[in-house]
Design a binder for this molecule. Structure first.
Ligand code: NAP
Length: 253
């Protein structure tokens, strides 16, 4: 029995896209729960490293552009060589392209699918191969979306990618649960980050969105803390293949 089932001391968490937004919020929460952190992304995560340092855990940062899934090849090996192990993978990096479906281009389609789904799968595969080879258990948490459940408007590749994340979360849980790997997802509702800057700036859409959120406000990156620590910790050892909404009640309407 764990005295504190949410304690992540001695674990190492890999978080993609953690220089800003939800990834930053989740990396800080995992550090506050005791995990050492490997930050993976294309921009230097200066601010996140500063916050993590304040918690007293160790951190390492890896530069990788996840628009090309070849970039995942060395990530797990580097994380293990720098911080000694890899126990938790948070697939957070993601992008969105907005355009009418009738005008949507192959470039807009591929750009989103490559980061949000293709690199997510191949990084998860590299991480699971490491755990299976070492006979170790682990946790994968994918960042999904309301558009894992709904269709959205003017974001066809984003909806396809995030619906894919929900399906893949279940498919990988089915295959990897037997190896002691939990694969789950979090579906954030509407959070105030760069990803939603266009929506926040659009007065009409902003009012429509706020009017439908029972909690009456946009989410903050720190609102992801409880869910990410739960799904990364022994508290969720028997939870498999779920996509947990953290949405202020959006889906209940
Ligand atoms: P954000 O502030 O735009 O952050 C996205 C992160 O992904 C950044 O760190 C970004 O790095 C990274 N990233 C993008 N393309 C990358 C690439 N090619 N290689 C490596 N890293 C890359 O957005 P966010 O709102 O925090 O989104 C985080 C995740 O939550 C995404 O998967 C998003 O779809 C999902 N989500 C967000 C909301 C919301 O309301 N905000 C709702 C549902 C789901 P750079 O800074 O270098 O671009």
């Amino acid at each position: 029995m764990h005295l504190n089932p949410f304690d992540l001391s001695g674990k190492v968490a890999l978080v993609t896209g953690a220089n800003t937004g939800l990834g930053q919020g989740m990396a800080i929460a995992l550090a506050q729960a005791g995990a050492d952190i490997t930050l993976i992304g294309r921009s230097e995560p200066t601010e996140t490293l500063k916050h993590i340092a304040e918690t007293g855990v160790r951190a390492h940062s890896i530069r990788a552009d996840l628009s090309n899934s070849d970039a995942v090849a060395d990530i797990v090996a580097e994380a293990v060589s720098e911080l000694g192990r890899a126990d938790i993978l948070v697939n957070n990096a993601g992008i969105i392209k907005r355009n009418e479906a009738i005008d949507f281009t192959p470039e807009e389609w591929d750009a989103v699918m490559n980061v949000n789904l293709r690199s997510l799968f191949f990084l998860s595969q590299a991480f699971a191969r490491h755990l299976v080879t070492e006979s170790k258990s682990g946790k994968i948490i994918n960042i999904a979306s309301m558009l894992t459940f709904q269709g959205g408007i003017r974001v066809p590749s984003y909806t396809a990618s995030k619906s894919g994340v929900g399906g893949l979360t279940k498919a990988l849980a089915n295959e990897w649960a037997a190896h002691g790997i939990n694969v789950n997802a979090i579906a954030p509702g509407y959070f105030a980050t760069n990803n939603t800057a266009a929506l926040q700036a659009d007065k009409k859409r902003n009012a429509e969105i706020l009017g439908r959120i029972p909690s009456g406000r946009w989410g903050k990156p720190s609102d992801m803390a409880g869910a990410i620590v739960f799904l990364a910790s022994p508290a969720s050892d028997y939870v498999q293949g779920v996509t947990l909404p953290v949405d202020g009640g959006w889906l209940s309407r």
